[in-house]
Design a binder for this molecule. Structure first.
Ligand SMILES: Nc1ncnc2c1ncn2[C@@H]1O[C@H](COP(=O)(O)OP(=O)(O)OP(=O)(O)O)[C@@H](O)[C@H]1O
Ligand SMILES: [Mg+2]
Length: 407
């Protein structure tokens, strides 16, 4: 009997389409719930869904739980999967309401609430930035003064670096708090001056069956503040390098501390110039912004199907041979409005040919995306090369020589 699995928001963002297809390819009956009308679902998702329930809003969790309980077509549900940050708690709630195995509410909170996350991680002896939760302006000020400037101020439940600020003085703190006006629950943190990496896994019953390490170029906070930058996320070929040991060991310890069992995880960590690894954050889902595609290009594997196999059958059969460093480069057009011209692509193909694995740019005529709200921005290119320095050089060339213009 095929398993009946619910996927939260199968149509959005794009990578969830491929995870949804992965589940179907691995033999599940896949049901979707989401706020998109069924006819707006991408064809790849429509083709592999056994049913779809459109709900008003994924944020109204009680209403979603009630609607799913009423949903006859899907009975009996055996599993609930979510690959998108805003749905992680909802998925846990659905599991508890329907008495299904998988991540519980309490476990999910450890991945969603940045303060609880750090407390649990720190309790396991892992190095986290000094941090303090604050709900009023005076609490923020006191926390910043105790920790010492510069500090980072960010919402407790954040994603996409939105509303995250580095502040180096009382005056800057006041400005940041003013800009965060609508947010009442924030974390004030020691600013860690370091390079930023990830540790991403697919686990089954707490065992890591696949892992990946990305380096961010430049640091995400900088990439998010300067529009001219083409941010890069680079899947490293030599994930077992010595200098990454601190992050790998931390990754394992964090998964244990948060009792993670089965599915995708995405941890961000800092590597300080003195070699110390510091915990950043972790999510119970894959990295976003098409980074899973980049991981696939690094090894020529299909992690969408690999993940599905892991969560459905408890096995992971893709042969992981790390052939390349793979970089995904996000492009932002110059100007506002619609894309009018794309320059430089032919010359890049001419120079780098087969090292360019994938190009997905907005077409001429399309309106620009909001580069602050979405790392994808106006599109991306994936490049790869067995040698890291060569990969980075090609990625930098895509950054500077590929130009999109909008008007
Ligand atoms: N304590 C810190 N020290 C230095 N930089 C930090 C710190 N906390 C956050 N940052 C910077 O801010 C960025 C966003 O922070 P964080 O990852 O916690 O938030 P987020 O909203 O989940 O963002 P995203 O979804 O982009 O990962 C980090 O990638 C890092 O560049
Ligand atoms: Mg982050």
């Amino acid at each position: 009997m095929p398993k009946s699995v619910i996927v939260i928001s199968p149509g959005y963002p794009t990578e969830v389409n491929y995870f949804t297809r992965g589940l179907a390819l691995q033999g599940a009956r896949v049901f979707g719930i989401g706020d998109q009308p069924p006819h707006d679902l991408p064809p790849v998702v429509q083709d592999c869904l056994a049913g779809y329930l459109q709900i008003q809003s994924l944020l109204d969790e009680e209403a979603v739980v009630a609607a799913v309980k009423e949903w006859k077509a899907v009975k009996p549900i055996q599993q609930v999967e979510c690959l998108w940050e805003p749905g992680v708690i909802l998925a846990a709630r659905l599991r508890e309401a329907l008495d299904l195995p998988g991540q519980s509410m309490n476990e999910a909170i450890g991945f969603r609430d940045k303060d609880t996350m750090k407390q649990r991680v720190a309790a396991a002896g892992i190095r986290v930035p000094k941090h303090r939760r604050a709900t009023t302006i005076s609490e923020c000020v006191r926390a910043a003064e105790d920790i010492g400037f510069p500090v980072i101020v960010k919402p407790i439940a954040g994603a996409g670096s939105a509303d995250t600020f580095r502040v180096s003085s009382r005056h800057e703190l006041d400005l940041a708090l003013m800009r965060m006006g609508h947010i009442r629950d924030v974390n004030v943190e020691e600013f860690i001056d370091a390079e930023e990496y990830t540790f991403d896994t697919i686990c089954v019953d707490g065992r890591i069956l696949f892992y990946n390490v990305f380096v961010y170029r430049p640091r995400p906070l900088i990439a998010r503040s300067e529009e001219w930058i083409s941010p890069q996320t680079v899947a490293l070929r030599d994930v077992d390098a010595d200098y990454l040991r601190g992050g790998r060991e931390m990754g394992r310890a964090v998964l244990d501390a948060l009792k993670f069992q089965t599915g995708f995880t995405h941890m961000e960590w800092f590597l300080k110039p003195d070699g110390e690894a510091v915990f950043g954050e972790i999510a119970a889902r894959p990295p976003g912004a098409r980074s899973v595609d980049c991981m696939n290009y690094a090894c020529d594997i299909d992690l969408f199907a690999g993940w599905a196999e892991a969560v459905l059958h408890g096995t992971f059969s893709p042969q992981v041979e790390r052939k390349y460093n793979a970089a995904i480069i996000f492009k932002r057009a110059q100007g506002t409005g619609r894309i009018r011209r794309i320059d430089g692509l032919e010359s890049l193909y001419h120079r780098y040919g087969s090292h360019i694995a994938c190009v997905e740019l907005l077409p001429v005529g399309a309106p620009r995306r909001n580069w602050i709200l979405t790392l994808i921005s106006d599109g991306f290119v994936v490049v790869r090369h067995p040698e890291l320095q060569a990969c980075l050089a090609i990625a930098d060339a895509v950054g500077t020589d590929l130009r999109l213009y909008a008007r």
